[in-house]
Write a protein that binds this ligand. Sequence first.
Ligand code: KG4
Ligand code: ZN
Length: 334
Amino acid sequence: MRILGIETSCDETGIAIYDEKRGLIANQLYSQSNLHSKYGGIVPELAARYHLMKIVKLFKKSLLQASLKKEDINGIAYTSGPGLVGSLIVGSLFGRSLAYALNIPSIPINHMEGHLLTPMLENRSLTFPLIALLISGGHTQLIKVKNIGQYEILSKSIDNTVGEAFDKTAKLLGLNYPGGPKLSQLAKFGIPGKYKFPCPLIQSGLNFSFSGLKTYAANIIKTSNNDYQTRANIAYAFEESIIKILSVKCERALQITGINNLVIAGGVSANLKLRKTLYKIMYKRKSKIFFSNRKYCTDNGAMIAFVGMIRLRKNFCNKLIVSIKPKWSLEEIK
Ligand code: KG4
Ligand code: ZN
């Protein structure tokens, strides 16, 4: 069985093919980030138009990569939420229509479930129950996962997501969108201890708050000379504070629930320093940690194809309707 996965929830057009026996056999991605960077963030209307321009080309390329004909595909999984309305409509309509034309099932996928299960993409089985830290541009959540499809949201951010905090602070430091990886790169040259950022909400509970970090950075920038070293010092202290908050909250979630397994997923989970820190913490407390290959942390079609495969095995496919869900909580997945 081979599943085509289509991801268009934000500014990445991702098309992939997952083969039940061979695993991932095609993975095509077009990132619009250069296009949006001059506007300092994603312009939803442009994102939708670019998905439209790229999607057919990427589909053909993925068939070529896997040496398949379109008739060799057995099911089509597409992201139907959460995400930007226009972007979701492009991928969902393309996926549903193609499935109709080929007379095969189509499977609407929750983007965050795609992120959550990515560590399984390359044949690593997850140990359930687990706590998932989902950290992306659109979400910051701790999820209790009893098993695939059984999700309970334990907490979320009360203001900015971690990805937003990275991107907004990076912008203040003169770095282009998406700023997360660039800020992290700059932080490598920072001198420890030059600044100490606050860690909002760290004392208790599982919810997050990140908007204050951006304001804190803005205040330093206003009153300093902003040479390269100062900006690197700010980036270092910012990243340090984020990692501390995320680590404390993960440990607390494990403690409260008595669970011993942690997944980190979503774009920000590509952050190397965060991965290393959490790995050490989990090693010390003899708990298991799972994350995906870094190239699958940010948005991609592979994770959607993979979840599509799991859901099709459970016979979960949709009728001749296309319904997108710009807001779609993991708890609402059937
Ligand atoms: O999962 P994703 O590709 O898109 C959403 O579903 O939102 O996540 C994108 C976010 C952006 O905010 C980007 O700056 C951040 O992930 N990101 C990083 C790193 N790589 C990507 N943040 C910090 N460090 C990184 N290495
Ligand atoms: Zn994402």
